[in-house]
Design a protein around this ligand. Structure first.
Ligand code: G6P
Length: 449
């Protein structure tokens, strides 16, 4: 029995029975490109074997660092953007629920973990500084390139606060840097100041890096079990190796989304029924969007959070432009369940729910939505995980990572680069007067005059 249950029965009416078998030859070719390194971007496949092939000494050092942070800090300020933010935030929320940071210390397994450096909002930065206040804190600054503007600015601000509070020497012991082994400004700062540092492997791109120190230190600071997380990913790596579409659900997912894409279903909505999975969608959107949106093609990855968004986007999904398909990430057994109280006067008429728990009501909502959206012309895929454990999260991460690798090759692109994200940065640097950008600045000035 598969650990993740992948249900594609609700795309059956949109996909002819020949279509999936017809994809097999292409999937087999994509699998070979991915496994043998003959496809584009082959230098960035480190995530494929990462769940078993990682630096165990560093892994232990991460856990030691997390213990130290738990001893000497109330808050860990995690600074990063894109792949150096989304995976960590997604995992922290997934594993600890919606109110982790608000819980009293005695009810938390770790320190409060807050995130910044993921926008250029002065207000957010100020509010976060106020939130940290006079309490003890440490910083985990994360940047693969070590040169990204948003985290660099946030780091300067929180570093200043840290130095003011503790003095330079103690501050240096409270900064944990996760970056490239050799390159980038952050690595230089590590060398100069002796921060404890962790390495983002060269062959793992940012959006595939959640199981590297990028995600592991923030996750560990909340007290979550890193071994179980890696164990889940390792089992997934083992179980999603067969190129046979009847045996590999991650590959089947990749094939089906390409079949749907070619029929005009060009937008995929990732959906959940649990608010602490909201950031899973944000992580997934970078994974899919940066991997697949290139060469003027690719599925547009979007999201909806249910049942919340049934009351906002539901109308569009049901009856709007028919270019959508849905992928639901469903949790079979969420961590909690709640009974709905019965009232003698039944003024709100809810007593018909007698004997049904809130999780059962949520499940019925899911079933009702799938049927309605299917009737409305929307194909629905479901990826069901048993629970919200570390093991399940590791498994799920790997499911989507391997799926996007195959999916990208099926669509004839390099799933592992992201050339397009540089375009705006050049303009921004020129407009801000960064040295080396004088020529572009003059050109932009002419265009805007
Ligand atoms: O980790 P960093 O080098 O700071 O990069 C953070 C992010 O910024 C970029 O713009 C890339 O598009 C992302 O792939 C990356 O995850």
């Amino acid at each position: 029995m598969a650990y993740i249950k992948f249900d594609d029965s609700k795309v059956a009416q949109f996909v002819h029975e020949n279509e999936l078998p017809e994809m097999q030859a292409l999937v087999t070719a994509a699998d070979q490109e991915l496994r043998n390194g003959t496809g584009a971007g082959a230098d960035f496949r480190g995530w494929l074997t990462l769940p078993t092939d990682y630096d165990h000494e560093e892994f232990a050092r991460i856990q030691t660092a997390a213990e130290k942070i738990k001893q000497d800090s109330d808050v860990l300020v995690v600074i990063g953007i894109g792949g150096s933010y989304l995976g960590a935030k997604m995992a922290v929320d997934f594993l600890n629920g919606s109110f982790y940071n608000s819980k009293p210390k005695s009810e938390r397994r770790g320190v409060q973990v807050v995130f910044t450096g993921n926008s250029l909002s002065a207000s957010y930065l100020q509010e976060l500084q106020d939130f940290v206040g006079d309490r003890d804190f440490s910083i985990n600054v994360i940047s693969k390139s070590g040169t990204t503007t948003e985290p660099s600015i946030a780091f300067r601000i929180f570093k200043e606060k840290l130095i003011k509070k503790y003095g330079k020497e103690e501050a240096n012991h409270r900064i944990y840097a996760t970056t490239d082994a050799k390159n980038g400004a952050l690595r230089q700062e590590v060398e100069a100041n002796g921060y404890e540092s962790f390495i983002i492997p060269d062959d793992v791109g940012g959006r595939f890096s959640v199981l590297t120190p990028v995600g592991l230190l923030p996750i560990s600071a909340t007290g979550a079990d890193l071994n179980e997380l890696m164990h889940g990913a390792a089992d997934a790596a083992q179980n999603y190796q067969d190129a046979d579409l009847t045996k590999n659900d991650a590959y089947r997912y990749a094939a089906l989304r390409n079949i749907l894409y070619r029929k005009g279903y060009v937008t995929e909505l990732i959906e959940n029924y649990e608010p602490n999975l909201r950031m899973l969608a944000e992580w997934w959107k970078q994974l899919m969007g940066e991997s697949e949106g290139k060469d003027q093609k690719g599925i547009y990855p979007s999201s909806a959070n249910f049942t919340t968004d049934l009351h906002s986007l539901g109308q569009y999904i049901q009856e709007g432009l028919r270019n959508l398909f849905e992928t639901v990430v469903k949790v079979e057994k969420p961590p909690y369940n709640v009974d709905i109280p019965m009232e003698a006067d039944n003024l709100d008429g809810l007593n018909y729910l007698k004997g049904q728990s809130l999780n059962e009501v949520n499940d019925k909502a899911y079933e009702g939505v799938v049927l309605a959206h299917n009737d409305g012309g929307v194909p629905v895929l479901t990826v069901e995980i048993p629970d919200e454990s570390e093991y399940s999260l590791g498994y799920l991460i790997y499911f989507f990572e391997v799926a996007v690798g195959i999916s990208g090759y099926l669509n004839g692109i390099n799933p592992f680069n992201q050339p397009g994200v540089e375009a705006y940065k050049q303009n921004m640097f020129a407009l801000l007067g960064k040295p080396g950008y004088e020529e572009l600045a003059a050109k932009l000035k002419k265009e805007t005059d």
